[in-house]
Design a protein around this ligand. Sequence first.
Ligand SMILES: CC(C)(COP(=O)(O)OP(=O)(O)OC[C@H]1O[C@@H](n2cnc3c(N)ncnc32)[C@H](O)[C@@H]1OP(=O)(O)O)[C@@H](O)C(=O)NCCC(=O)NCCS
Length: 435
Amino acid sequence: MTSSDEYEIRRFRAGLNDDGTVTAETEAWLQAVNRGFHEQAFTPKTLRREAEFIAADDRLMTGVYVDRKLPHSVGAEVPVATFTTYMSTLSTGETLLPAHLISDVTVRPTHRRRGLLRRMMTESLTAARDASLPIAALTASEATIYGRFGFGVATQTSTIELDTTSRFALPSLDRGAVGTVELARREAIAEVADDIVARFHTATRGSVGRQASYPARIDGTINGHADEPDLTVRAALHYDVDGVPDGYVTYQHVESRDAVAEVKVIDLVATGPDSYLGLWNFVGNLDLIQRVRFSRARIDDPLPWAMADTRGYRVTGRDDLLWLRILDPIACLQSRRYSGDGELGLAVEDALGFAAGTFDLGVSGGIPSVQQTATTARPDADVTLDVASLSSAFLGGATIGALADAGRVRGDDDAVRQLGRMFAVDRAPYCITYF
Ligand SMILES: CC(C)(COP(=O)(O)OP(=O)(O)OC[C@H]1O[C@@H](n2cnc3c(N)ncnc32)[C@H](O)[C@@H]1OP(=O)(O)O)[C@@H](O)C(=O)NCCC(=O)NCCS
């Protein structure tokens, strides 16, 4: 047995030696993450690439170590738990909020359920709050882990299947398509992705800034843990009327279970409806392909509404993607516009304390003004909710009405309805980035 005070937590940045090799500490940490997610061990080339990406994100790596080695077991230099954080931004559609992103969370099976995740998470959120970061974000392997730390599901995506036999048609494009699509070199996507993704990110409520490895992840350069790129990945660009790339898609032909000729869309990022429909028109008209699958579609996707035969669009799954955790309710509530005016007292409950308090939310002409009136959740506030629910409702991913019916928002009916009107959004928040 190992008692909790035998664990030592160390924090460091990714290290590369002068000759370009990866430091032993970084290598041991990365190998621990790989084991945690049941991935293949790194080769020297993929290890170095991964370390370079982590360094480019300026990630703070946390490792938990035990100074004990049983004969033949992995060494004491390999952490029993890992955790990383880095700074990015969350788009509210109106502004980019600084966000504390959490990733690479693993605890070795032989050290589970001893509070290591709780310790790493609590210390990390405390540091983020001390650094005045308003919100934390993560993507989760399981939906039951992070609610207890105040995270709530903030965006969802659909997995869709598109029938691209002769029934596929987008009649609205016949009325004057804007721009054009052309096949691109696989490697060209990395050259244009930053700009296209930045435009998408600024305009899309719920989007999170991408980590440095993303272009390599979506163009086949990162190919599992193989040294060589995945040459089955193809790419196309959408160009606006001035010939400037304003959207891209990467995709590959895959073996389907039922012998249907299928393409999987890996990443499709468009900066507006023209490039979005233009890219889908391209993908939907690939010769020899009967079906296209995409697992990151908007839940309020315009695509079926643009199709002549909407039954050719099937939603086969719905998944949470982004989990948010408000740390500073004033900064967060003040960062968005609202759909209804009014004034309400909100009591926010937070078991970890960061966001707890009572707040006056006043909205006039859609512009908020937020004041804290107590440091605890006062029982006489108009509406009471826990921080995970507020985090889910923040960008409109969950409606106040649905949360109230689920028993997670409390208050008299008129106040809850008014809050629902204030928080309403025109489009569901959308995050296309897994981290
Ligand atoms: C998930 C994981 C990180 C948990 O680590 P851990 O150190 O065992 O967690 P802790 O002991 O700190 O537990 C903290 C709380 O979370 C709960 N918990 C931990 N893992 C959980 C899981 N998979 N499902 C549900 N609850 C879980 C614990 O019961 C505990 O609850 P409590 O504080 O209310 O009593 C670890 O099991 C793991 O590495 N899993 C594989 C990799 C993975 O899924 N990582 C997450 C990537 S998003």
